[in-house]
Ligand binder design. Structure first.
Ligand code: AQP
Length: 332
């Protein structure tokens, strides 16, 4: 059976982009794939984290998975640091990854900013750990938002480099699964930047924890332009904020952006914003409410994570052992 691996970083401010671009799409995949959904806490450490907040956010992401419809009985849900094989395989793969490949990664450039020399080695090596996450389970498919496509291509390159170096087909090349309807949710304050957990402006994103009043306020304040909405998709060119609001509306309504635009062609933004608020409040409200109920019982979430880690380890460690053997590490 084809196997899926994907994850979210427990860095707080879980938002509508994470939901529409990732978690919501995973739910349907459980029917046709063996799924492993991870909370990638080692990735979160690539930027400074408060230890208590990191633990809290880890449980929050687990709650978001379950609240969105990931079935913890069928699917493996766990946090990455509970399975030490991730870090071990990352080391083995890093020894085969040319620095030049990592130098091309745009996310490192964005996150390191101007102080590149002061950025941590972990932030730079992040894509190698991501490759290890995926290859450790010989995952065949990886659902990600468009923003992660470059990292996934690197995972394929690393898998190919390993297979070529040792002359074996050890790792399948993982296929990206990008869900067009919600590929990239942009900031509500700037349609050229993606909606992001780390954006300093709280009004740039709708968090899954936001209450209905706050969701409505953020949508009312979302940046627009002075024109009415266009009659055809071509009219959205050069209007990133309009395109983004139509995109979010359509993703929430489960229709194509073309269909979404038809509903608001020639209208004022206020009409779109009102309809969008209604959908966002209903869907985020449902997930957020269920998350709060789950988080009120951390014992249940911890049990899910513990069992998930055991199931993940049962797949990962035999694969890691095989890789070590191939690499020539003495196994006694
Ligand atoms: N704006 C987005 N639109 C669509 N999908 C998105 N994802 C993230 N932002 C958007 C998808 O969510 C999954 C988990 O992402 P992550 O936790 O690895 O974080 P990230 O990709 O670095 O983006 P974030 O959540 O905004 O965090 P920061 O601020 O740290 O960059 C991935 O599948 C991602 O594609």
């Amino acid at each position: 059976m084809n196997r899926i691996f994907s994850g979210v970083q427990p860095t707080g401010n879980l938002h509508l982009g994470n939901y529409l671009g990732a978690i919501r799409n995973w739910v349907a995949l459980q029917k046709d794939y063996e799924c492993i959904f991870c909370i990638v806490d080692l990735h979160a450490l690539t930027l400074p984290q408060d230890p208590d907040a990191l633990r809290r956010h880890t449980r929050e992401v687990a709650a978001a998975y379950i609240a969105s419809g990931i079935d913890e009985k069928r699917t493996i849900i766990f946090n990455q640091s509970m399975v030490g094989a991730h870090a071990e395989l990352a080391w083995l793969l890093s020894c085969l990854t040319p620095i030049g490949w990592l130098n091309r990664m745009t996310q490192f450039k964005e996150k390191a900013g101007k102080e590149r020399d002061m950025a941590g080695l972990g932030l730079y090596a992040y894509p190698v750990l991501m490759a290890a996450d995926i290859l450790l389970y010989k995952a065949t498919h990886v659902p990600v938002g468009e923003d992660q496509k470059q990292h996934l291509e690197l995972s394929r390159d690393i898998a190919g480099a390993f297979n070529r170096h040792y002359g074996r087909d050890t790792f399948p090349l993982p296929e990206p699964q990008i869900f067009a309807a919600s590929a990239r949710v942009m900031s509500l304050r700037d349609g050229r930047r993606k909606m992001s957990k780390s954006d300093a402006s709280d009004y740039s994103r709708i968090n899954l924890s936001d209450d209905p009043e706050l969701i409505a306020l953020k949508i009312r304040r979302a940046k627009t332009d002075p024109e009415r909405l266009p009659e055809s998709p071509e009219g959205l060119e050069g209007r990133p904020e309009a395109e983004n609001l139509i995109g979010i509306y359509s993703a929430l309504a489960g229709i194509s952006p073309e269909e979404g635009l038809k509903r608001f062609a020639g209208e004022n933004f206020s009409v779109l914003k009102e309809a969008l608020s209604e959908l966002a409040i209903a869907q985020v409200g449902r997930v957020g409410g269920q998350m709060r109920r789950l988080l009120a019982e951390p014992g249940h979430i911890d049990g899910v994570l513990k069992e998930g880690a055991q199931r993940a380890a049962a797949i990962a460690f035999p694969i890691l052992e095989d890789v070590k053997e191939i690499c020539g590490l003495l196994r006694l």
